[in-house]
Design a protein around this ligand. Structure first.
Ligand code: BGC
Length: 746
């Protein structure tokens, strides 16, 4: 953690370096500059600011046939996505400024989700670090590199809460929990935007996808969402709100409908909640062709109607679909939208451009020298390694098979053992795969100098059913002391449009593991995947399981260092791992029901809320993760047994490192509100702290609970805390811990 702070400081120093530039024009303050500019703009020029097209480099959605170069030549474009590099963004900016009567710069957006070139673990993996400094650092490095390559604006953070591992996009989010997700979202906004957007090494962030996209029915991407306003506000919206409070510059709408209204046409979400209640001053971009999709949703009858509904709902920029360009002027003439609505949207977009310094110098992100110096900088690779190490979650470690010892003979097998493609995960921006990403094999070879001690064989592919490589791998495994199987999903099995109905290890990987098992050697399973998997069989048959997610450019080093004990795993699951897919949606903060099942010792086994074929509990609960050391919790203390509406309670607990390794532990605090005017979850995360403990060391960890932490939407939809009894649990995961109680009084 010290390491992170030092790196963050180093990177923060470079903010100011780029803030004021000699090439900057002296221009008026924003509140004078923008109105004066807008007073000169025609309606066509205003509409063009609300239009975004994609360059043809990266493909992130369906084709529309719109030629962005021709549109820029016509002065019809406010923003371009998927154009990167100093050279190319400069070319497009020059073309734009030549054709823009009032010299309004283009805004370049790109999906910089977990790194630009230096790739960090997938977002879900980073969330598993429970380390806010690490996550902020990752976003900071991503911004540094993206900004150096001409990118002004990232479409991140993705803050969708999801309780469904079938949904491929869980890889892009921070998991199932609102509290953890909100903290992660804020850390990312801070990292991307820094404290000075005007600095040329910060980028505008974009909170997405607004809203409830992660609740798609049956985990199928783009599918319908139907939920109560209470659940929406309590579970799904808080991470979005947290980023507004943290000053995020933009928002992206989601593809899904919520309770019958597509989010991109939802006045309730965009005007009432986001811009109204929350006072959001930035601009709202749609998701890719999401205005066009109001037609197949059955919400708009044609493209003009779709444009009308979207603008009126509060959309400011049309991503890719060309609907605003085609229709807004006519809609204005027909009185279906107002000039005030267009002006408001235009002002918001122009203000963002101003805040980034683009009116001061439209080329402030276009410095070839900087691009060369910054990308893949040593410090960035170090940061990527650091964060990857912190993201690893140890799910099982029988007989302390891990860490490995260098004198052991180890057979590394599995389709991902020498992989440089999948290891950086999906949505890896401009990250290079072959030749750049460090494979597990490369990482292990750096750690183990005696090459006679290690062998590397694929054995099988991820989905290819061929078995012709298996025998060679088994032969090497037979001669080893320990087998390490590196397996998982293809990177493109998670991410957008990558939902699965089975979340087992794909292909014949399990069959290969069963063959390995027959050799009677300890087996360590190292997993790379973009979602929780069902690992029942693996848990029963493997000796150790290390969840490495897709750990990024330095992933192979991070895994090797973890396997050999140079890094002690400290990650905790940000999402529940089910026993089987039939349990989904499964999440720790569920309701109790009127017939709660107490488990196998429950005297009543029949008429209970349970399955007859599998236990209710997950395989690995939210917040779970082992270490090479052990921790003990004791001495839970509450500063008082009652608290009033203006008071607070201090909760303290002693955590001791009782094993043989210096290590970090994520101490988690959960609260249950026993009785409410509406029912409350069995527990909810309300605090966590990642503490470093040397072996033998004990620390007291303290949390403060205030009535603010106890608030929820009551029966009258007021956000309030209700007097009554509360349960506090503090521990190392969501399924166990020390408990006490307190009472909230009026
Ligand atoms: C995705 C967004 C992404 C956008 C632009 C869409 O398909 O849903 O997350 O930001 O494309 O690439």
């Amino acid at each position: 953690m010290k390491h992170n702070t030092a790196l963050l400081l180093l990177l923060a120093c470079s903010f100011s370096l780029y803030a004021q530039k000699s090439s900057d024009k002296k221009i008026k303050p924003r509140n004078e500059f923008i109105p004066e500019l807008m007073a000169k703009m025609t309606i066509d020029e205003k509409i063009s600011q609300l239009v975004q097209y994609t360059a043809d480099g990266t493909v992130t959605g369906p084709k529309t046939g719109i030629n962005y170069i021709e549109e820029i030549k016509k002065g019809n474009v406010g923003s371009i996505l998927n154009a990167t590099s100093v050279k190319y963004t400069r070319e497009l900016q020059e073309l734009n400024l030549k054709n823009s009567r009032l010299k309004i710069p283009l805004l370049f957006g790109y999906d910089v989700i977990h790194g630009y070139k230096t790739i960090f673990p997938i977002t879900l993996g980073e969330a598993a670090s429970w380390d806010l400094k690490a996550v902020e650092l990752s976003a900071r490095v991503a911004a540094e590199e993206a900004a150096a390559a001409g990118v002004h604006w990232t479409f991140a953070p993705m803050v969708d809460i999801s309780r469904d591992p079938r949904w491929g996009r869980v890889s892009e989010g921070s998991g199932e929990d609102t509290y953890l997700g909100s903290k992660m979202a804020v850390a990312r906004v801070r990292g991307f935007q820094g404290n000075d957007l005007m600095a040329a090494n910060t980028v505008l962030a974009c909170t997405k996808h607004f809203a409830a996209y992660g609740a798609a029915e049956a985990g199928r991407d783009y599918n319908t969402v139907d939920m109560s306003e209470r659940v929406l506000r309590e579970t799904y919206l808080p991470p979005f709100k947290a980023t507004v409070d943290a000053g995020v510059g933009t928002f992206m709408t989601s593809f899904n409908e919520i309770s019958g209204v597509p989010a991109t046409g939802s006045k309730f979400l965009l005007r009432d909640v986001l811009k109204g209640e929350w006072g959001f001053n930035g601009f709202v971009v749609t998701d890719y062709t999401a205005i066009n999709e109001l037609i197949p949703h059955g919400f708009a009858k044609d493209s003009a109607n779709a444009g009308e509904l979207a603008l009126r709902a509060g959309v400011d920029m049309d991503m890719v679909g060309g609907i605003f360009m085609k229709n807004l002027k006519k809609l204005l003439q027909e009185g279906k939208v107002t000039e005030a609505q267009i002006n408001d949207a235009c002002r918001r977009v122009l203000e963002a451009k101003y805040d980034l310094g683009l009116f001061h110098d439209p080329y402030r992100y276009n410095n070839e020298k900087r691009e060369k110096e910054v990308i893949y900088k040593k410090e960035h690779l170090e940061a990527a390694l650091d964060v990857a190490k912190k993201s690893m979650v140890l799910l099982k470690n029988d007989n302390n098979v891990l860490p490995l010892r260098k004198e052991q003979k180890v057979a590394f097998v599995g389709p991902l053992v020498n992989d440089e493609w999948n290891i950086i995960g999906s949505w890896a921006a401009s990250g290079d795969r072959y030749g750049y990403a460090v494979s597990v094999q490369e990482g292990v070879n750096k750690v183990v100098t005696d090459k006679g001690k290690v062998t590397f064989d694929k054995g099988v592919e991820i989905v290819d059913p061929r078995r012709d490589m298996m025998q060679a791998a088994l032969d090497n495994a037979r001669k080893a002391d320990v087998i390490v199987a590196v397996m998982g999903e293809f990177e493109n099995m998670s991410g957008e449009a990558a939902s699965r109905t089975s979340i087992d290890l794909p292909g014949i990987q399990k069959e290969f593991l069963a063959e390995l098992k027959k050799l009677n050697k300890p087996i360590v399973l190292v997993l790379m995947n973009g979602r929780p998997l069902t690992l029942n069989w693996e848990n029963e048959n493997m000796d150790a399981i290390l969840e490495a997610w897709f750990p990024g450019t330095m992933g192979g080093d991070a895994i090797a260092q973890t396997l050999y004990g140079m890094n002690v795993p400290s990650g905790k699951l940000p999402m529940t791992f089910p026993r089987n897919v039939g349990q989904v949606p499964i999440y720790y903060n569920h309701k109790n029901t009127g017939r709660p099942y107490l488990g196998p010792t429950d005297p009543e086994q029949k008429y209970k809320s349970r399955y007859i074929d599998v236990d209710n509990s997950p395989l690995f609960p939210f917040g779970y993760g082992l270490s090479y050391t052990t921790f003990s919790y004791s001495n839970l203390k509450l500063s008082s047994k009652t608290v009033n509406m203006n008071g607070s309670i201090k909760v303290s607990v002693d955590v001791a490192n009782t094993g043989n390794y210096d290590a970090a532990e994520v101490v988690q605090l959960y609260i249950q509100d026993n009785v409410g005017s509406v029912t409350r979850p069995v527990k909810e995360l309300k605090g966590f702290e990642k503490v470093m403990l040397k072996k033998g060391e004990k620390k007291t960890v303290e949390f403060t609970i205030t009535p603010e932490d106890l608030k929820f939407y009551n029966i009258d939809m007021q956000f309030t805390a209700e007097p009554g009894d509360f349960e506090v649990t503090v521990g190392g995961n969501s399924a166990s811990g020390l408990q006490d109680k307190f009472v909230l009084v009026k």
